[in-house]
Design a protein around this ligand. Structure first.
Ligand code: GRF
Length: 196
């Protein structure tokens, strides 16, 4: 069994289905290279993902953005919390906050986005992709920088948009793709041999 423990801080704001996948695949798992641990963090005390994490026995760190006067003050507290955990990797999975240079200059993080970036940046990516007339959509994992959904791409996978698809069925396809690409990418960045 590996001695080293790799900690992954997962930032989320809502449902947390991607957080759950990361917990199921990587929390307290042992690989030849290292053992892994997930630490959930949210800005939203009402996020459904808090309950999902609890079902897996994990407490979520809550840093409520409404308690801070500015984005910068919130980011400074977030950075402090992440640094005190000693996270090896920070993952944004449905984290609905725009981060400032206070965050990006201190924390190396990745983000999951439900489109083929650089197309369809922002909060309505699934719907915009679906309505675009394109025959494919997809998901992207990228490094976080100070631009919105604009950092260097790490992984990207696509899915067909069929004439028979509805927004709902297309959303399901995107979710399924997200649930495999994110654990795979996290494992790769941690240099862990992992097959979903
Ligand atoms: C995902 O579609 C992700 O790509 C986007 O926010 C959504 C979060 O979903 N950034 P969940 O909370 O993990 O279910």
């Amino acid at each position: 069994m590996a001695d080293e423990i790799k900690k992954v801080a997962v930032l989320f704001s809502g449902k947390g289905s991607n957080l759950e996948k990361l917990i199921e695949t990587l929390h307290k798992k042992s690989f030849p290279q290292a053992a892994t641990e997930i630490v959930p963090i949210t800005n939203n005390p009402d996020a459904k993902g808090i309950d999902a994490a609890k079902m897996h026995g994990l407490e979520t760190v809550v840093v409520d953005h409404r308690e801070f006067a500015s984005r910068e003050e919130f980011d400074a507290k977030l950075v402090e919390s992440i640094e005190s955990l000693g996270a090896d990797l920070v993952v944004m999975a449905g984290f609905m906050r725009i981060v400032t240079p206070i965050f990006t200059s201190s924390i190396k993080a990745i983000n999951l986005h439900p489109s083929l970036l650089p197309l369809f940046k922002g909060a309505n990516a699934i719907e915009e992709s679906f309505k675009s007339g394109m025959k494919v959509g997809g998901v992207t994992v990228h490094w976080v920088d100070s631009t919105l959904d604009g950092g260097k791409i790490i992984a990207q996978e696509c899915v067909k948009i069929e004439p028979s698809d509805t927004l709902q069925s297309y959303t399901q396809k995107i979710k399924s793709l997200e649930h495999t690409i994110l654990p795979k990418t996290v494992a790769k960045l941690l240099k862990i041999s992992f097959t979903p």
